[in-house]
Design a protein around this ligand. Structure first.
Ligand SMILES: Nc1ncnc2c1ncn2[C@@H]1O[C@H](COP(=O)(O)OP(=O)(O)O)[C@@H](O)[C@H]1O
Ligand SMILES: [Mg+2]
Length: 391
């Protein structure tokens, strides 16, 4: 079908609107979703997707698609695929029938559970670096045209800038908060060393101060590690490596690691995992990190002699796990803040040390699995965190 001038003008107008829209989105996930829907729209395709390129690991992996399948996010695409070719050659590709192209990666079609006929992709390049690939699949009623390729290239160029902007924006935001969080421990370290240098300080007093310095440096270390974890997760640069494993094992490992800490406060950790709990599919290490964070909180914010219970189960289209404690609980009005970076509930922060990043990391990992995390709490009784992950 030959496009007439006014139709083409319409498409250009649409493209300009989209570019404006993209420039004003500063959250990565919504931005990527807008890009793929726009790509699908302006090229009259059946589906669109974005693959991101991790230049440290030199790996290309799936990030979003217009028809999402939970298992697809994080799927590594071989570099000898069509998308890999686009990254390596920094050029657009337009193929009428993928069956005739040896670079076509059939695994994608399987995970997408949809038959690909035609495909077109452009590299996403900013500051001379390839950050990913934007692909559209199956032109309705024919093959992608040279005009489609122009359209997608313009969109790709805008999209790459917008992606880079959200990354920079998020980083600067996070760094500002991080620096702010550094001030308190640095101030107390500075005071401590000043006191140590005073001649009137006794040996005993000196030891107490050194102990404090030791604790503060440990906390700074934990803060730096958590901060880097969170920064990587938020920038969408973390790849989720899914595998199948029995969830029970992860719980036993966590219990093993956490037992000694729990025993210090005579807290017992119970596992209530049904024996018929099916094998789950997820990023094992990251899910373990979530369980560890939640169990560590449940021990930390508990009473001496208290209980921590780890449960799991299967739902219709997902599986879940929960961590329940017998701690002081969290007032209703504080619950919405818990998953915010650096937030620590005032009532307790004097008693315990922490970074306020644990739950933000949990949330990012759960979102990376297309799941959700919830909290229920009753002051004086305890708190339960529940995580649901789609199958
Ligand atoms: N199980 C819990 N019971 C009560 N309060 C909790 C619990 N888990 C988390 N919180 C509150 O949420 C805040 C944020 O938790 P988190 O992000 O893990 O940071 P951190 O543990 O380093 O303070 C904690 O400071 C605490 O006030
Ligand atoms: Mg914590």
């Amino acid at each position: 079908m030959i496009e007439n001038t006014s139709q083409r003008l319409e498409r250009y107008k649409r493209l300009i609107e989209i570019s404006r829209d993209l420039a004003s989105t500063l959250d990565l996930d919504p931005l990527l979703n807008r890009i793929i829907h726009a790509a699908k729209d302006i090229t009259d395709a059946q589906a669109a997707s974005i693959l991101l390129y991790d230049d440290t690991a030199r790996e290309l992996y799936f990030q979003v698609a217009t028809n999402p399948s939970p298992m697809m996010r994080g799927l590594v695409i071989p570099m000898d695929s069509i998308a890999g070719w686009i990254v390596a050659n920094r050029k657009a590709v337009r193929i009428g029938d993928v069956k005739n192209d040896t670079r076509y990666f059939k695994n994608i079609a399987k995970t997408l559970s949809f038959a690909t006929q035609s495909i077109m992709g452009v590299p996403l390049i900013t500051k001379d670096k390839v950050i990913g690939v934007l692909e559209v699949l199956n032109k309705s009623g024919g093959e992608f045209t040279a005009t489609d390729e122009d359209m997608l290239s313009v969109l790709g160029a805008q999209a790459a800038i917008a992606i880079e902007n959200t990354r920079l924006f998020q980083q600067s935001d996070l760094i500002a908060e991080f620096v702010h969080e550094l001030r308190t421990p640095l101030a107390s370290l500075s005071t401590a060393t000043y006191l140590l240098l005073r001649p009137e300080i006794s040996r005993e007093q000196g030891e107490i101060i050194i102990h404090n310095i030791h604790q503060e440096t440990n906390r700074l270390n934990a803060l730096a590690t958590s901060f880097l974890d969170l920064a990587r997760l938020e920038s969408g640069r973390v790849r989720f490596q899914k595998s199948s494993f029995p969830f029970q094992l992860v719980c036993e490992e966590c219990k093993g690691v956490m037992n000694s800490k729990a025993e210090e406060s005579q807290i017992q950790i119970h596992l209530e995992i049904p024996s018929d709990m099916p094998i789950v599919q997820a990023d094992r290490e990251k899910i373990k990190q979530v369980v560890m964070n939640l169990v560590s909180n449940a021990i930390k914010y508990n009473r001496p002699g208290g209980q921590v219970t780890l449960r799991a189960g299967q739902e219709e289209k997902s599986w879940y796990f929960s961590v329940t404690d017998t701690g002081p609980g969290i007032p209703e009005e504080a619950l919405p803040n818990l998953f915010q970076k650096f937030y620590r509930f005032k009532g307790m922060e004097t008693k315990t040390t922490g970074t306020g990043l644990g739950l933000s990391i949990c949330k990012q990992i759960v979102l990376g699995h297309n799941g959700r995390i919830e909290v229920k709490s009753k002051v004086g009784e305890g708190t339960t965190f529940i995580v649901h992950i789609p199958n």
